[in-house]
Write a protein that binds this ligand. Structure first.
Ligand code: AMP
Ligand code: MG
Length: 453
């Protein structure tokens, strides 16, 4: 018998709503202290510093087209019938500090009047030029194959000053505030940082989440089963959910229903930002987790109005928050989505903690006696332009196949004893893959490109 004298479980003090349980957990969790990360590792993380532009982007005025850099005034009145003819005095390929004068012409940096420079997209506009005529509006398109560099170009259309030109600072003005702290970094944000010469950035890092299974009957999946044993499925499911939520899972094994083993196992959670346990929080004789937490310090246990789900506990071990999830595989996932995912989001510095929800019409009647919020494993479809939601056949809280066949959870409010077919309900989507995977991480290494760290 594992129970120690004098620590008999107390009756559950409270019956709390899903919101109340979530609020109590979130009240104890703050964003992780910012750390510097290589750019690509910051994808999906929350920026923790203001980003100001030390220089303009683009850094110099350049051509938006392949064509001829000109003084716009020189092209006035040009038409296919009466083209303007300009002397070509140089070439401006992208990547050069200045244009390359043609041999026949004196080296000059300022574009002389009534001349043109053959310019490529992205090349710096020569001083004096204020517009670019696209190849399509010159005689380039008439010659096929193209002759050797010609001395003159015929311009068939006038251009306005600034036409086909990207001014310095068009994207980002020097000194401007480009990104505010709190920005959820998407690929385009990483591009802005790269444009400003940043390869590292200050973000709230991914939380390390230790995952501990508990139960005398639980064995690792790669071991043969002895009578009475079942395989540990919770750890791998929870680890997948942690990854999809933006955390880094640390699987710290399986503890038996004995305090000494729990104590030994939680030492493996050292360095974690959050500890998850599964099992051992209901009212069975060997449910040690809540007693263990009680002895180790801060601890609350609630009977949450949630179905599936039994009591859950929340506390801390050596200042690290612990969320003790139910043992039943489906209940642990439902509790994860309602309580752990928002906790990870808060650690990540995110403020959008609510899961994405849609509304849909129930195709079948769902029973909900017991005044709990019922998260029904279901499939969301569209029929004749309407979102409809159909419960999957097996709703047992230990039946993982029901969850595996579902793509959403239909939510029946606690004050509905029954949700009739045809009623409209809220639906939480189970597809969480929007968050990028953690591996392999890549980092910027000069012109060689990106290499695994
Ligand atoms: P408990 O709350 O510890 O009584 O667990 C409730 C149910 O969930 C029992 O049937 C356990 O065998 C099962 N269970 C607990 N932990 C796991 C786990 N890690 N993997 C699969 N099933 C589990
Ligand atoms: Mg157990």
């Amino acid at each position: 018998m594992a129970r120690t004298a004098g620590t008999a479980p107390q009756p559950f003090q409270q019956l709390v709503t899903v919101e109340e349980a979530r609020e109590r957990i979130l009240a104890r969790i703050a964003p992780l202290p910012p750390r510097r990360r290589p750019l690509l590792e910051a994808l999906g993380l929350v920026l923790a510093e203001p980003i100001r532009a030390s220089e303009p982007v683009p850094p110099f005025t350049n051509s938006a087209m392949d064509g001829y850099a000109v003084r716009a005034a020189d092209t006035a009145g040009a038409s296919p019938a009466h083209p303007v003819i300009l002397r070509v005095v140089g070439d401006a390929p992208a990547g050069s500090a200045s244009m390359r004068p043609r041999a026949a012409n004196p080296a000059t940096q300022e574009l002389p009047p009534h001349t043109a420079v053959r310019i490529m997209t992205g090349a710096q506009l020569p001083p004096g030029a204020d517009a670019v005529v696209r190849f399509e509006d010159t005689d380039e398109v008439e010659a096929s194959p193209l002759p050797a560099p010609r001395e003159f170009v015929r311009i068939r259309r006038p251009v306005q000053p600034g036409e086909n030109v990207r001014p310095a600072g068009e994207d980002i003005a020097a000194g401007s505030l480009v990104l505010e702290p709190g920005t959820l970094l998407q690929p385009a944000h990483l591009g802005l940082l790269a444009a400003l010469g940043r390869s590292w950035v200050l973000v709230h890092p991914r939380p390390r989440v230790a995952i501990l299974a508990t139960g005398d009957e639980i064995v690792p999946p790669d071991q043969p089963l002895l009578p009475g044993q079942i395989r540990n499925t919770n750890s791998i499911v929870l680890a997948g959910l942690v990854l999809q939520s933006g955390g880094i899972p640390h699987l710290i094994g399986i503890a038996s229903d004995h305090d000494a083993d729990l104590e030994r196992r939680v030492t493996y959670a050292r360095g974690a930002d959050l500890i998850l346990t599964s099992g051992g929080v209901s009212q069975g004789d060997y449910d040690r987790v809540k007693e263990f937490l009680r002895q180790r310090g801060r601890f609350e246990i609630w009977q949450v109005r949630i179905k599936p789900g039994k009591p859950m506990a929340f506390g801390a071990i050596d200042e690290t928050p612990v969320i003790a999830l139910p043992g039943n595989p489906v209940a642990s996932v439902v509790a994860f989505l309602q309580f752990v995912r928002p906790a990870i989001a808060r650690l990540l510095g995110r403020t959008d903690l609510a899961p994405p929800r849609v509304r849909a019409i129930l195709t079948q009647t769902v029973d909900n006696r017991g005044q709990r919020r019922h998260f029904v494993r279901a499939r969301l479809d569209t029929r004749a332009g309407t979102s409809v939601v159909t419960p999957v056949p097996n709703q047992g809280s230990g039946v993982l196949t029901g969850l595996a066949h579902a793509n959403c959870l239909a939510i029946i409010p606690e004050d509905w004893a029954e949700a009739p077919a045809g009623s409209e309900v809220e639906v939480e989507l189970l597809d969480l893959t929007a968050f990028p995977p953690t591996v392999p991480f890549l980092t910027v290494t000069g012109r060689a490109g990106y290499q695994p760290t």
